[in-house]
Design a protein around this ligand. Structure first.
Ligand code: SAH
Length: 245
């Protein structure tokens, strides 16, 4: 057992969703080994009435319910001593990227706020400023799946969790490119051979082939990444998001 160097504190109406998938495989083993810690707390514990109400109808009308500012802010204030920045999972946040994952993973952890219903009363964001993060341009039913995803991406980068492969430059996004294709045995499958260069033993040729493939795939599939990559190759500075730990 080691002392956890990274702690995920999660504020949710469904603490039973944690660790969920993070209890299995590499993240689960690392959790058991104490390489990271998880503290899932129920926002409902901070409800103020005997019915333990956490939501109410939206001011101005409209569908759905809104999470109450007094309840959510009390839950946030109660974990002020927990390490790391406050991270709100919300579709209006900055899109989650590998560089943001690296930044959060290199700190002491983070406190993740998971919304439900139509979301959280705006005054919570105003009075408890934090980093608003989105998983992508789609709508989940709650922030839990988003927090699980972000925690997964951070945990695999922690020391001792995965080994060398998680730190390589080769991985998708690490060098601004999608990754090259992989092959393993058998040598022939459904009439297709492994590309000869990969079994040639010629390391420089393998490296060149992989770079060409990574460039081809990125150019074909992600014109946005390709434009940023070629811009960077031309020597332009890149913008990086920054986070206060
Ligand atoms: N009414 C909101 C959606 C609420 S979905 C809107 O139109 O923007 C309920 C909760 O799910 C949100 O409060 C947020 O915590 C979470 N959520 C939904 N989609 C998400 C996404 N793409 N990224 C991160 N969190 C998301």
């Amino acid at each position: 057992m080691t002392t956890p160097s990274w702690t995920a504190t999660v504020l949710t109406l469904y603490p039973e969703m944690f660790p969920g998938p993070l209890g299995a495989s590499l993240a689960g083993r690392a959790l058991d080994e104490g390489r990271w810690a998880l503290d899932a707390r129920n926002i409902r514990d901070h409800a103020l009435d005997k019915h333990r109400t956490v939501d109410d109808t939206p001011a101005g009308g409209g569908p759905g319910m809104v999470m109450r500012a007094d309840v959510v802010s009390a839950a946030i204030d109660a974990c002020a001593d927990q390490p790391g920045p406050l991270v709100y999972m919300t579709p209006r946040g900055v899109p989650l990227t590998q560089s943001l994952v690296r930044e959060i993973a290199s700190g002491p952890g983070a406190k993740f706020v998971c919304g439900r219903f139509e979301g959280v009363d705006e005054r919570v964001f105003a009075t408890r400023p934090g980093l608003e993060v989105s998983l992508g341009d789609f709508v989940l039913s709650g922030g839990e799946a988003a927090a699980l995803t972000m925690i997964d991406a951070c945990v695999r980068l922690l020391p001792g969790v995965m080994g060398a492969e998680a730190s390589g430059d080769d991985e998708s996004f690490e060098n601004g490119l999608l990754e090259y294709p992989h092959y393993t045995r058998p040598q022939q499958f459904d009439g297709m051979d492994i590309p000869a260069v990969l079994t040639s033993g010629h390391h420089e040729n393998v490296r060149d082939w992989r770079r060409q493939q990574a460039e081809r795939i990125t150019k074909e599939r992600r014109p946005d990444l390709w434009a940023a990559y070629t811009h960077k190759q031309a020597g332009a500075p890149t913008a990086r998001p920054s986070v206060d730990h």
